[in-house]
Design a binder for this molecule. Structure first.
Ligand code: PLP
Length: 429
């Protein structure tokens, strides 16, 4: 069989009855599973025990260049932390500013400052513009879009292609509409399509003409070292490409160690080029005297350099890979014969993108919720939480145990079958 559509109506009704009976059994189990967010699992967090012991002695809080991390000073972060992120995000260390424990906070700050003060080459603060818009690749990261919603910035969805956003569409919009001030990008293992941007798309983002003189790329490199297999995602330096293109004000690059060490307890960074670096440093020095340098010291002692990070990330990959493979094989086994859904097979990151052929994501998610498995709400990852096609579901397999995951994904497949069968039966009525 290659499609539900190949089944006779009586067979469809029989199959629906069987799947509903399975669903009723699941409902009786009193499940309480939460797969709504991409949190690291306890086993992953336990691999970072050394971080808790990296600074224990009060006399041991000096950096190699003599900065006492217990005191004020080094407003843009300790040198070693800036160098560490410089390697990760491929930007010179002088352009890197270390923040607190959240890169999302830094992203919020950039947009907030653009609204009140503008960025390099802004004719006026964004809040004084008649309209400000951003391109939002879909499916994307819901929290990026919430920041824009918070500031009343219009969002223009553009589809992902498997190697980044549809760049023909991005170039068309950015070159013709001066209200478009930016685009969000997650270049590696994108949350949540899993895309790794192609070198040619990274170049196009750097070189494309923009109608807005202050157009920026909010380049969130948060999953750049989060490989599931031995192969590293090797992408060109976006910063270098922008400089070569004469667009040094364009890249605003973010990263954090939230999913290398402790989620929400790591260190974060933002990097700028050109005039935007000067403006950001100025704002930073007004905003805080210094961020937590003791945590920066812990991190540089443990993470050391990119090679060490890759080695540590292998340990995470060994925990995560079986989870991703379990989800993919369960989908294949339970849905592969029916042509009712497809799913991404990411080589890294935190998510699997599940897409229903017969748009019914809201229904499937609600059936799962009723049976005790909480999934990311339908529409998350789309501007304003609206997925017009009602077909995308974000699967976050990292947190649950393998047993829990198997239960949750089996239930999801049953709910997918039920809602697809109901749709096909209704279509044939
Ligand atoms: N960016 C992306 C794409 C994420 O998926 C997440 C968390 O899931 C974050 C940023 C949040 O990072 P942080 O903990 O540094 O604020």
């Amino acid at each position: 069989m290659s499609s539900l559509l190949d089944l006779k109506k009586t067979e469809l009704i029989e199959l629906l009855k069987t799947e509903k009976a399975k669903y009723d059994e699941f409902c009786k189990r009193g499940l309480h599973l939460d797969m709504s967010r991409g949190n690291p699992s306890k086993e992953q967090l336990s691999l970072n025990g050394d971080l808790l012991n990296a600074v224990t002695d009060p006399d041991d809080c000096l950096t190699d260049d003599g900065i006492d991390c217990r005191n004020y000073g080094a407003p843009y972060g300790i040198r070693q932390a800036r160098e560490l992120f410089s390697e990760i995000i491929q930007v010179p260390a002088d352009n890197v500013i270390i923040g607190g424990s959240s890169s999302l906070n830094l992203m919020f700050d950039v947009i907030s400052r653009a609204m009140t003060h503008g960025l390099a080459n802004s004719p006026r603060p964004w809040i004084k513009e008649e309209k400000v818009s951003f391109i939002c690749p879909v499916p994307g990261y819901d929290r990026h879009y919430k920041i824009l919603e918070y500031f009343g910035i219009d969002m223009i969805p553009v589809c992902m292609t498997g190697e980044g956003p549809d760049m023909d569409e991005v170039e068309r919009i950015v070159s013709s509409d001066s209200s478009v001030k930016g685009i969000w990008c997650i270049p590696v293992y994108s949350n949540y399509s899993g895309d790794v941007y192609s070198a040619s798309n990274i170049k196009r983002l750097a070189y494309m003409k923009s109608a807005a003189p202050d157009f920026v790329v909010m380049y969130d490199d948060s999953y750049t070292v989060h490989d599931l297999y031995d192969q590293y995602a090797d992408i060109p330096s976006f910063y270098k490409e922008c400089c070569n293109a004469g667009n040094e004000n364009r890249p605003i690059i973010f990263a954090s160690t939230s999913k290398m060490t402790f989620a929400g307890g790591g260190i974060s960074c933002v990097a700028f080029g050109g005039e935007n670096l000067r403006l950001a440093q100025n704002a930073f020095s007004v905003q805080a005297i210094t961020h937590d340098k003791v945590n920066q010291l812990r991190h540089v002692r443990v993470l050391k350099d990119l090679q060490t990070i890759h080695k540590r990330m292998h340990g995470f990959a060994d925990i995560l890979r079986p989870k991703f493979e379990l989800v993919e094989s369960k989908f294949g086994e339970m849905l592969g014969n029916y042509d009712i859904a497809d799913w991404s097979r990411p080589l890294g990151g935190y998510f699997i993108c599940f897409r229903l052929k017969y748009g019914s994501a809201r229904k499937v998610i609600s059936l799962c919720n009723l049976a005790g498995v909480k999934l990311t709400p339908a529409g998350a990852g789309f501007p304003y939480g609206i997925d017009e096609s009602d077909s995308y579901i974000r699967i976050a397999p990292t947190y649950p145990s393998l047993d829990e995951l198997e239960t949750a994904v089996t239930l999801l497949c049953i709910c997918t079958l039920i809602s697809s069968l109901e749709n096909v039966i209704a279509m044939e009525a």
